[in-house]
Design a protein around this ligand. Structure first.
Ligand code: CA
Length: 221
């Protein structure tokens, strides 16, 4: 799989590029956003590992230059620990995942492999994970074979999180995707929705399926 690594710290860039090549990726490297956009305009990539703080053009500038859909590479953002708002902004700008610096190299590889699994899941009509089964066409949910009675919004939320496993969804993004035209919708209503869905899952024997990333949003890992 082909990967573009965008990182301005030469030391980190060299270390990561070396490790990623050893892990089987074909790696190009860029040291700033302008250089990254040059590579992205010229070549196709499966992944972009993108630092946010970059000279000349930052990571947001790179995200904005990517096409919205189609053959777009999946983007994993590297971000400093204290910049929660940056992570949220990056996810909302189209990043698929993020990793907080400092991170273990194995963690980066695990995130990339999780991202690589997504395309097949994005098409599937039946989503299964940890005993939870969602038949999207038939609109049926079950846990270990026992039917789960979900509201349309709970079903939509579970589908969203299962379909994009490993991706963190900010409350605002969840609202946008599933709340539809409800005018009373708010961050608080997302919390209530998640709470209700978690309780139903737990009652059916599936605890802690939906994780809360403090300040960032929700995911199914
Ligand atoms: Ca940087």
């Amino acid at each position: 799989m082909k990967l573009l690594l965008v990182e301005d710290s030469q030391r980190l860039r060299d270390t990561l590029a070396h490790g990623l090549r050893a892990a089987g990726f074909t790696v190009d490297v860029a040291g700033d956003g302008v250089e990254a956009n040059g590579f992205l305009a010229a070549f196709g990539y499966d992944f972009v590992v993108l630092d946010l703080g970059l000279p000349r053009l930052d990571g947001f500038g790179v995200l904005r230059a990517l096409p919205a859909g189609g053959a777009r590479p999946r983007v994993l953002v590297l971000s400093a620990r204290d910049q929660v708002s940056d992570r949220i902004e990056a996810l909302n700008a189209g990043a698929d995942d993020y990793l907080v610096k400092p991170f273990a190299f194995e963690e980066l590889v695990a995130h990339l492999h999780a991202l690589a699994r997504r395309p097949a899941e994005a098409q599937a009509d039946v989503l299964e994970h940890r005993g939870v089964k969602l038949d999207v066409q038939a609109h049926q949910a079950s846990v270990h074979g026992r039917a789960l009675n979900l509201t349309p919004r709970e079903f939509a939320l579970l589908e969203l999180l299962l379909r994009h496993r490993g991706r963190v969804f900010a409350r605002a993004v969840i609202l946008d995707r599933i709340a539809g035209s409800a005018s009373e919708a708010s961050d608080r209503s997302v919390e209530v929705l998640v709470f209700g869905l978690r309780r139903k899952l737990a009652d059916a024997g599936c605890e802690n399926l939906i994780e809360n990333r403090r300040g960032a949003g929700y995911l199914i890992a």
